[in-house]
Design a protein around this ligand. Structure first.
Ligand code: HEM
Length: 152
């Protein structure tokens, strides 16, 4: 069985993908495969941005983003794909780009980080990947990452 890591910190976002995913036993499925690949990551991120755009509980988070969420709907699943041990398209297209530094211009307080984590958790629950263990681990790890981005 692939390792399920729930201990990531913000340092895992910079500069390389999830190191435990890339160290996964080659005989075992990576987290990327277990979650259902790019198709499932796209469904989760689409649901995440749908929730962000429609639920007033996330209005502070929504206001930080550009009016057009199309680029984010394309970017976040590709980021998550490479980070979870799948295709590295986002990383190849953004050599040296540091996710932690990229977020520094945004004033992220506890409230906005919680909104991000909550919307993502709901999106994962709504999409309901077949492998519930990796789905729960993904939600936990992403919530930890969001909390690690608090800078205001
Ligand atoms: C802590 C709460 C977070 C806030 C408030 C936040 C906010 C933002 C904002 C405002 C943008 C720019 C969007 C735009 O231009 O429309 C962005 C981009 C992005 N964020 Fe976050 N973010 C958070 C957490 C995260 C986490 C935990 C991840 C990764 C798992 C992440 C991944 C990304 C990616 C991949 C991009 C686009 C980068 C690119 O391809 O240029 N964010 N974020």
């Amino acid at each position: 069985m692939a390792r399920v890591c729930v201990t990531h910190s913000i340092s895992d976002l910079c500069p390389e993908p999830n190191p435990l995913a890339t160290q996964a036993d080659t005989k075992a499925a990576t987290p990327f495969v277990r979650i259902g690949g790019l198709e499932t990551l796209r469904r989760i991120t689409d649901r995440f941005y749908d929730l962000m755009a429609s639920d007033p509980a996330y209005s502070k988070l929504r206001a930080m983003h550009a009016q057009d969420l199309t680029p984010m709907r394309a970017s976040l699943p590709l980021f998550l794909a490479g980070w979870s041990g799948g295709p590295r398209d986002w990383w190849d297209a953004n050599p040296g780009k540091c996710m932690a530094s990229m977020h520094k211009p945004f004033a992220i307080d506890n409230a906005t980080a919680s909104q991000w984590a909550d919307a993502m958790q709901r999106a994962i629950v709504d999409v309901a990947p077949a492998d519930a263990e990796i789905a729960n681990a993904l939600a936990d790890v992403l919530a930890n990452m969001a909390r690690g981005m608090v800078n205001a």
